[in-house]
Design a protein around this ligand. Structure first.
Ligand SMILES: [Zn+2]
Length: 161
C-alpha cells in the first residue's frame, strides 16, 4: 500500500480494530509526509459459478439451499441438514482455494454428498438435475438456431419453472 498523499510505502499501523460487517478498521500513518488516514479491510470470499453458456454468477448459498430443500422434501433430510450441506460445500471449495467452479461440477459435488446422506434425496435431486441439464442443452441448441426461436425458449422455460 502506498500513501495516498505522497506515494511513499513507509506506512505504519497505529491502531487496528474491528468495524461493522467483519471489516477491520486500521489507522495508518505515513512515515514520509506524516499524514494519517484510515483503511477498511474486508474478507473477500466470493465464489463464482461458471454457467454452461460461459457466463459467471456469484455462488448463492440461499439458492442452493432452496434447490436442495425442494429435492429433499419428503425425505429424512431436514432443512438444517440441507443448510449444513450447502455450507459444507462452500467451505470445502473455499478451503481448497477454489474461487471459481463450473455449475456442472457444483451439481456433481451436491450429488456426491447427497448420495452419502440419503438415497431418496439423491435420486430426486439427480432427476431434477438431469432434466435441467437436458433442458439447458435444448435451450442452447435453440439459441444457436437464431433469434426467431426465442419465443419457443420462453415457452419451454415457463413450462419448467
Ligand atoms: Zn505520505
Amino acid at each position: 500500500m502506498k500513501c495516498p498523499f505522497c506515494g511513499d510505502r513507509d506506512l505504519k499501523v497505529t491502531d487496528s480494530r474491528e468495524a461493522m460487517d467483519n471489516a477491520i478498521r486500521r489507522r495508518r500513518e505515513c512515515g514520509c509526509c506524516g499524514v494519517r488516514f484510515t483503511t477498511f479491510e474486508t474478507i473477500d470470499i466470493s465464489l463464482q459459478v461458471k454457467k454452461r453458456d460461459g457466463t459467471y454468477q456469484d455462488f448463492c448459498e440461499d439458492k442452493l439451499i432452496r434447490g436442495l430443500d425442494a429435492a429433499c422434501r419428503y425425505t429424512r433430510i431436514s432443512h438444517d441438514q440441507v443448510r449444513d450441506l450447502a455450507h459444507a460445500i462452500k467451505a470445502d471449495l473455499l478451503g481448497r482455494g477454489i474461487r471459481e467452479i463450473e455449475s456442472q461440477q457444483l451439481g456433481d459435488m451436491v450429488m456426491a454428498r447427497l448420495q452419502k446422506t440419503d438415497v431418496v434425496a439423491y435420486i430426486r435431486f439427480a432427476c431434477v438435475y438431469k432434466r435441467f441439464q437436458e433442458l439447458q442443452e435444448l435451450i442452447d441448441a435453440i439459441q444457436s438456431i437464431g433469434e426467431e426461436a426465442s419465443a419457443a425458449k420462453n415457452v419451454l422455460g415457463s413450462a419448467v419453472c
